[in-house]
Design a protein around this ligand. Structure first.
Ligand code: GAR
Length: 213
């Protein structure tokens, strides 16, 4: 039986779409159980529906507390038989109330080479610092924001004429290539969280992706 992956989004959903696309291949180790968005204007909801994937809106504004919102999300994940949760541009901070329930089964993709540039505006900050390499990171989620054990990273070179938008676009292309690979390896049981470290069994080709573009 394939592991069932649910994807949490807040907006455009290009990483979600890349995972859905990968899951069309019968050989892909994960089945997509549902997509959940916390914002009514999340474009990715339409994309998921068009792909025939259950797409659920749980608007956080309708809940009195973070925990009650998280309970609703958790219930929907369980109702769809979720094994693994992938955050893909999900811009709502999750509390330990939710994170501990999905310990070792909750992934995030972040647009920087962590531990550099946790938080927001990562591309602007990388350009301000003049770094020559920038990229993205897939990691296990822990209560501390953007601080969980690193599973995989993708890098791009920074160009002298880059703007935050041009750099974001090249990083996003690497994100869209990397995240489906990592989710697939996770679903295949080749990635685990052990003693606070991300362990990859077998070939480690999912762990890095470099684009010199
Ligand atoms: C991606 O760049 C992702 O890394 C970032 O939001 C974007 C979502 O794009 N995530 C974060 O900043 C999480 N803190 P997408 O909706 O097209 O996948």
């Amino acid at each position: 039986m394939k592991k069932r992956v649910s994807i949490l989004i807040s907006g455009r959903g290009s990483n979600m779409a890349a995972i859905l696309q990968a899951a069309r291949d019968p050989a892909y180790p994960a089945a997509i159980s549902c997509v959940i968005a916390n914002r009514p204007d999340a474009k990715g909801l339409e994309t998921a529906r068009a792909e025939g994937v259950p797409a659920i809106l749980i608007d956080h504004k309708n809940f009195a507390s973070r925990e009650s919102f998280e309970d609703e999300v958790h219930g929907a994940l369980i109702a769809h038989g979720t094994d693994i949760v992938a955050l893909a541009g999900f811009m709502r901070v999750l509390t330990p109330h939710f994170i501990t329930r999905w310990d070792g089964r909750l992934l995030n993709i972040h647009p920087s080479l962590l531990p550099s540039y946790r938080g927001l505006h990562t591309h602007e900050r990388a350009l301000e610092d003049g770094v020559k390499l920038h990229g993205c990171t897939v990691h296990f989620v822990v209560p501390e924001l953007d601080a969980g054990p690193i599973i995989a990273q993708g890098a791009v070179t920074v160009r002298p004429d880059d703007t935050p938008d041009s750099l974001a676009a090249r990083v996003l292309a690497v994100e869209n290539a990397l995240y489906p690979r990592v989710v697939g390896a996770m679903a295949a049981g080749r990635i685990a969280l052990r003693d606070g470290q991300a362990i990859i069994n077998g070939p480690t080709s999912e762990a890095s992706l470099v684009s010199l573009a």
